[in-house]
Every structure is written in C-alpha cells, then in structure tokens.
Ligand binder design. Structure first.
Ligand code: CU
Length: 231
C-alpha cells in the first residue's frame, strides 16, 4: 500500500514535469514563431563600438502625432541624476525626487522646457510637465558636474540602447516608419541618423545606425568625502 501510494506520487510528479516541459516548449515556440511587432535597432560609433544610452525611436510615416500622458522619474543619487538619459512622450509628468541628504537645485534652460526646482531635499510637491517635443538638458545649480538629458517625443515608440548598443521597440503596428537615433554626444545629425524601415507582421523590423560622437565633456566633480557643506 505504501509502495502503491509512493508510486502514484512519483508518477504524478513525472506528469507534472512533463506538463511543465511541454508548457516551456510551447512558450519557446511561441516566442520564436509568433507574429513579431518588434523593431530591433543597433547603434555603433564610427569605430564600430556599441553606443550605450542612445535613444532610438520610430514615427509612423504619415501618422498623426499625439501627446500622451504618463509619468517618469529622474532621481538624484550620490550627486548624480539617475538615469542620465530619459525619453518620454510629450505630455509626461516627470518627478524629480532627491534621495541625497543634501539639497539640489534642478534646472533647465532648454527651449523645450525651461524650469527650476529651487534648493530642496526629498520629493517636490509637484512633478514637472514636459509638454513640448525636443531635447531638455538638466543641471544642478550647486553641483556643476550633474547633468542629464530628457528627449521629449511625439511618438510612443522608443527605447534606449544598453551597453551592447542594442534596443528593442515593441508593440509597433505593421507599417512604414521613420526610425531615428539620438545621443547626447552625437555630432550634428548625420544622414544616417534617420532611416525608413518597414515593419511587417512576419519579421518585425530592423535598423542599424552609425553615429559620430563628440568627446563627453563633464565638469570636475568634487571629492565625495567632504563631510559637510553642499559638496
Ligand atoms: Cu546638486
């Protein structure tokens, strides 16, 4: 009787493993053979190195731009903005929490959004609305080296490249798109930074960019172990 019940238990376990195995196989099959709505984009510099933190985005040809709502967060940690590159749709409210124990003074003089949040700690009462497309350069009045970028777009289809220079934009309806790449250190937009790409249900789409980067300029950062004062 004991033997019987343990036999039944182990056959149930085997069934369960077989079931999980079949489920996994089905998931893999679906992932590789299902309809694709993704655009795979790679960004490299003129020496062939992958470019991290490039924004890639796709706009439907002849599509009508629309503003979206939504929220985004740009944190301040250890006297740096995190992340350094953010991409949002026009109409997005961006929160600027300060997780440092000292005060920061966030500002931008950019045409797409001019604002400042005077010296503060913690979470400001209100987010900042980014309502116009364009590049917004952020700084801190106290810490000159602190800088970050927000690219405000009309299209909802965008992604930021990782360390491998690759990004994947999901959820694109099949059709013709203008695909563009942008990076804070990109030299004046070369032709290669905009490409026409067809996205199909069978294959999705792909684009590859080569961009020229100017050397990154950063203000000197004061030593961290100051123990007091603003810096
Ligand atoms: Cu600061």
């Amino acid at each position: 009787m004991r033997a019987g019940s343990s036999g039944r238990a182990s056959s149930t376990a085997t069934d369960f493993r077989a079931f999980i195995g079949a489920l996994f196989a089905a998931a893999v099959l679906f992932a590789f053979s299902g309809p694709s709505d993704a655009l795979e984009v790679s960004v490299r510099d003129d020496k062939g190195r992958p470019v991290k933190d490039a924004v890639v985005y796709a706009s439907a040809k002849g599509g009508v731009p629309s503003a979206g709502g939504g929220k985004a967060v740009i944190d301040q940690v250890d006297k740096e903005f995190v992340p350094r590159v953010t991409v949002v749709r026009a109409g997005t409210a961006v929160h600027f929490p300060n997780h440092d124990r000292i005060r920061h003074h966030v500002y931008s003089f950019s045409r797409a959004k001019t604002f400042e949040i005077p010296l503060y700690k913690g979470k400001p009462a209100k987010p900042v609305l980014f309502d116009k497309p364009g590049v917004v350069v952020l700084g801190c009045n106290i810490h000159d080296w602190m800088s970050a970028y927000v690219l405000v777009l009309e299209t909802p289809f965008f992604a930021v490249t990782g360390a491998d220079g690759k990004a994947r934009i999901d959820g694109l309806p099949p059709g013709e798109y203008d695909v563009e790449a942008w990076h804070p250190q990109m030299r004046a937009a070369p032709r290669s930074a905009r490409q026409g790409v067809a996205v199909t249900r069978e294959k999705g789409g792909a684009a590859a960019f080569v961009i020229q980067q100017a050397p990154a300029w950063r203000a000197w950062r004061a030593p961290t172990a100051s123990g007091g004062g603003y810096r």
